[in-house]
Ligand binder design. Sequence first.
Ligand code: ATP
Ligand code: MG
Length: 329
Amino acid sequence: MARVFSGIQPTGDIHIGNYVGALRQWVSLVEQYECIYSVVDYHAITVEYRPAEMAERTFNTALILLACGLDPERCRIQVQSHVPQHTELGWVFNSVTPVGDAERMTQFKEKSKQHRGNINMGIMDYPILQAADILIYKARFVPVGEDQVQHVELCREIARKFNARFGDVFPEPEAILSCAPRILGTEGKNKMSKTLNNYIGILEDEGSTWEKLRTAVTDVARVRRTDPGDPEVCNIYTMHRAFSPENAQKELGEACKKAAVGCIDCKRVLLKNMMAELAPIREKALSLKGNPDYVMDTLRQGAEACKRMTEETMDEVQKVLGLLRLPHP
Ligand code: ATP
Ligand code: MG
């Protein structure tokens, strides 16, 4: 069975962009593939954070993955730092990746702007470690949001470079995008992001979600209620694509173009459809909070299974690199 790998950082509250761009696909892909999902904590230390909060954030992120419907009987859920082979292979990949390839990554440029006072090697090295996260499992598919497509392309390039030099070890994985691969923030400009104050958390209650939706930017050219709008440039419409049934999407899209529906009413429909999907996740998260052992057991089993898989790949890699190996006892 082909493998799928994807990861999420414990950098903050999981938002609806993460959910519709990535997590919802993660859940459905376990039907067809052998899936490995990771809370990528080593990625998260490349930006400023409070060490005292990291363990709890990592735990909560894993808990939300379970609340979203990932079944640990049917996929592996682990924490990146529990499987050191990810970073080990990352080092190997550093040696086949030109510095220029890392420098031209959009995320590196953006994060360098966001974190001017702390442009460390880790921000630049991020996609190389990400390539190792994926390729250590020889994964074929990577369900991600649009912002990560460039990194998956680089991962393919790294696989090609490694294979050309050392032999055919790695497949070239492909990104899988959802129906809403890029949700903008409530300000309507930047990608919705855990580390920008522009997100709607998937665990937020109806009141708080409505406050954010109510004030969220729509088609900026639609100034008055009587102006026709353009759903194609409206972030609220993008969210309808992710949460509303197709007939409602179509009706609202047509009505918007004729100014037959106002933005507030359109947002009310969205709120109702969003809550229908997210309320059960919130409830499941609450009940999991009362069962922390289940979350930790899931992570322990995930780490153990992943170590077996990744040791196999590292063994093969060290052999083709020509490193001195100790004979097995
Ligand atoms: P950070 O700001 O710390 O980078 P993030 O919100 O970008 O946080 P990540 O952990 O980096 O979240 O990404 C997890 C997954 O969610 C990735 O597959 C990413 O492509 C996807 N994703 C993130 N933001 C969005 C978005 N706004 N729309 C669609 N998918 C998204
Ligand atoms: Mg991100």
